[in-house]
Design a protein around this ligand. Structure first.
Ligand code: ATP
Length: 299
């Protein structure tokens, strides 16, 4: 288990991470969220020991993280740091050896991963000749070449097209199935909502929302009702328990205090004509975040 306990980081007088605590268990995917400058990269650098903490403790299976455990860690850095003059094969061998692997073991794993990412034909090409997305695949392959027990991914999806986002997510899920601890950062709530169970949202280095997504949604009792048909916005807004009503291109979105008010809205809608949709939905994480923090979270 990765344990981050009451970790604080000051750069001079500037507080970048403020009393942050969370745990990541084997087989868990954990999301670290926050807008630019929230403290995500600083947190990752402290976890892998690239940066000293000002206060707090970070342990992996009860041990401090130092050179004795780095062979079981994979790290995808935010600033893409490939050796662009090397070929894909040379680059991956270089990092694999740094992780204590034997060359034949690296080559076997490389072939398997290149095939998985549909880029086998680039094995002997120079990194600088590859597109940005393919370079990112190589960097990801470099991070997982040693089958890490702890996989840290700083903005793994940035710059990827939707097909490659899904490909990356599927590979990350495979590592989850194998029991790895995975921690990734993103400033896009929808990426997190799609595939992780637990998260921390950082604002100015401080956690403003944390826990299991299921519990966060349960605790946030407000629900949305989506309606399509001849209803009147003012009449919906006047119903008890309705917080607000928004009209989109096709539907009305009615936000209610909690589930107990669904019946009252339904009773009104029953009296209206041409109703083609009445759906009760959980709010998105993005909506919960905006409502909790009161600011836009589009990054
Ligand atoms: P982004 O999404 O933009 O990568 P982030 O959440 O990863 O942001 P960090 O890079 O951890 O954020 O930075 C957190 C804060 O600490 C920012 O305000 C940043 O300017 C500041 N900071 C980061 N590195 C240093 C440093 N070496 N010296 C001083 N301040 C720093």
């Amino acid at each position: 288990m990765l344990k981050v306990e009451h970790v604080t980081k000051y750069y001079g007088d500037f507080l970048a991470v403020d009393d942050l605590s969370f745990t990541v268990k084997e087989g868990e995917i954990f999301g670290l969220l926050g807008v630019n400058g929230a403290g995500k990269t600083t947190t990752f650098r402290m976890i892998i020991g690239l940066l000293d903490k000002t206060k707090g403790e970070i342990t992996l299976n009860g041990k401090n993280i130092d050179y004795s455990v780095t062979d079981s860690i994979g790290f995808l850095t935010e600033e893409r740091s490939l050796l662009t003059k090397l070929t894909v094969k040379e680059q991956v061998i270089y990092y694999g050896i740094l992780k204590g692997m034997k060359e034949e073991e690296i080559l076997a794993k490389l072939d398997e991963l290149l095939a998985k990412f549909n880029i086998s034909e680039y094995k002997n090409r120079k990194i600088k000749e590859l597109s940005k997305g393919n370079q990112q695949k190589i960097q990801f392959i470099t991070a997982i070449i040693n089958d890490p027990k702890l996989l840290i991914l700083d903005e793994p999806f940035s710059g990827l097209d939707p097909i490659n986002v899904e490909l990356f997510m599927n590979v990350i899920k495979e590592y989850k199935e194998k029991g790895s601890m995975i921690i990734f950062s993103s400033h896009r709530m929808e990426h997190v909502e799609l595939f992780c169970e637990k998260l921390v949202v950082l604002v100015n280095g401080r956690s403003v929302l944390s826990g299991k997504i299921k519990d966060i949604k349960k605790e946030y009792r407000k629900k949305n009702i989506i309606i399509n048909g001849d209803v009147k916005k003012e009449e919906l807004a006047a119903i008890k328990g309705v917080v607000n009503v928004t009209k989109t291109a096709n539907d009305y979105i009615v936000k209610i205090e909690d589930e107990s008010y669904v019946d009252q809205v339904f009773n009104y809608v029953k009296k209206c004509s041409n109703i083609t949709k009445f759906t009760v939905e959980e709010p998105s994480l993005n909506e919960i975040f905006i409502s909790k923090v009161g600011e836009s979270y589009e990054g």
